[in-house]
Design a protein around this ligand. Structure first.
Ligand code: FAD
Length: 379
């Protein structure tokens, strides 16, 4: 029998790993610092690469029930509202958009052995000694572990201990998030993810829920290049009127949404986007990193949670090999995942430059996007 795996962090990555391990018959313990899950209403896009995995983990029916299906993407000019490129999705495997809190809850609900999940347990530090790991928990004393996976997010204590020289830094971009109840006038946004691109700004809009249902809503992410942001919290309230002025443009459709945003009682929150340089490796003996703890990325490809779920699934596959020591499984997992996650990190960064281009770069981008979508209208 393989070692018991201790997971730190019950975000989307940690819960996916717990579920994948359980389904492989591998014991786990999961420690989460929060005393419950935050019921954040914001949306998350779940691309086919990860829908495929979630279906293997047994979430197919529940995902279908909870999600809005995205049938295509639309890129528009921030200044003229012109559609610059449009792609239809073939949807052999669906591209879903749902509430982040719903996906989180779904993963939690699927785990049978909930007694192995411990809330209000914050890891402060750990040591590896005599072939054992000692985890020091805030106000809870110490516990031993056989092997540990850090799924504790971008500020991972474990990553900081392994790589003190890799400091998290502000990326230069801030995201403002708000939701609006869906209204018939937004019909042109149904079934899509739409991006308005402009100099130093972009806006991503996608619906969630069922068009006929009073509980469906629009999910807005307004991204702006800003010099400073010291706050990494996901819940810094933003001034919606000032924000709408920053994003005001010539597009009636977008201005309509921004006006509704100001009038809506829904709060708007600012998320400073933070990153660090890619790590040289993720595993050291009986410890490895997963999800944002290993490879935080800008959200401009909507792949951060997707990569965490892929990591979890791949890691559980390697750990299920009875013939291998846990250290070997960790190394194989790292080798299987680093190239892909590194490429996605780079592409996400490049999308920021593409979305925010101006002048001749924007003209060139528009020309290329138009050509590519004409030649290849579906993905
Ligand atoms: P986290 O979600 O950060 O979870 C870490 C967990 O560890 C938390 O529960 C935390 O409380 C716990 N923890 C932390 N420290 C400790 C400790 N010391 N002890 C115990 N527990 C601890 N991704 C997508 O795939 N699709 C999208 O559409 C998408 N949209 C996004 C939009 C925005 C604006 C942003 C900012 C991100 C978006 N992402 C998206 C990225 C995605 O949110 C993250 O990549 C993903 O949540 C990472 O999951 P994780 O489990 O690795 O980390």
């Amino acid at each position: 029998m393989k070692s018991e795996i201790t997971i730190v962090g019950a975000g989307i990555g940690g819960l996916s790993l717990a579920l994948a391990l359980e389904q492989k018959g591998i014991n786990f313990r999961l420690y989460e610092q929060a005393n419950s899950f935050e019921a954040l209403g914001y949306g998350i896009q779940i691309s086919p690469n990860v829908v495929h995995i979630l279906e293997k983990l047994g979430l197919k029916k529940q995902l279908e029930r909870l999600s809005h299906i995205c049938l295509g993407f639309q890129l528009r000019s921030f200044n003229t509202n012109k559609i610059l490129a449009e792609w239809k999705l073939d949807n052999k495997t669906p591209y879903y958009q749902c509430r982040r809190a719903d996906l989180h809850q779904l993963l939690f609900d699927m785990i049978q052995n909930k007694g192995r999940i411990y809330f209000s347990q914050c890891l402060e530090s750990y040591e590896q000694k005599d072939n054992h790991l000692y985890l020091h928990l805030k106000n809870q004393g110490s516990i031993t572990a056989q092997a540990m996976v850090a799924a504790d997010g971008i500020n991972s204590v474990i990553r900081q201990s392994l790589f003190p020289q890799y400091q998290v830094r502000y990326s230069g971009y801030s995201a403002y998030r708000v939701i609006l109840p869906f209204h018939r006038k937004y019909h042109f946004l149904w079934g899509k993810a739409t991006v308005w691109m402009g100099k130093n700004h972009h806006v991503v809009v996608y619906p969630n829920g069922n068009e006929q249902s009073p509980e469906s809503w629009l999910n807005l992410v307004l991204v702006i290049k800003e010099r400073k942001s010291n706050d990494q919290s996901w819940s810094v309230p933003a001034d919606k009127t000032a924000l709408a002025q920053d994003f005001a443009n010539h597009s009636n459709e977008l201005n309509l949404i921004l006006e509704d945003m100001i009038e809506s009682p829904e709060p708007c929150f600012k998320w400073g986007l933070f990153i660090h340089e890619p790590l040289p490796y993720w595993s050291q003996s009986k410890v490895t990193l997963l999800g944002d703890a290993a490879h935080p990325m800008l959200p401009f490809q909507a792949q951060g949670a997707a990569m965490a779920i892929e990591d979890a699934y791949v890691l559980a596959q390697y750990l299920s090999n009875e013939k291998e020591m846990v250290e070997e499984s960790f190394i194989k997992y790292e080798q299987a995942r680093m190239k892909r996650t590194g490429a996605v990190q780079r592409l996400s960064r490049r999308n920021a430059d593409i979305f925010h281009a101006s002048g001749i770069k924007a003209l060139t981008r528009n020309l290329i996007l138009g050509l590519v979508s004409a030649i290849m209208p579906s993905l």
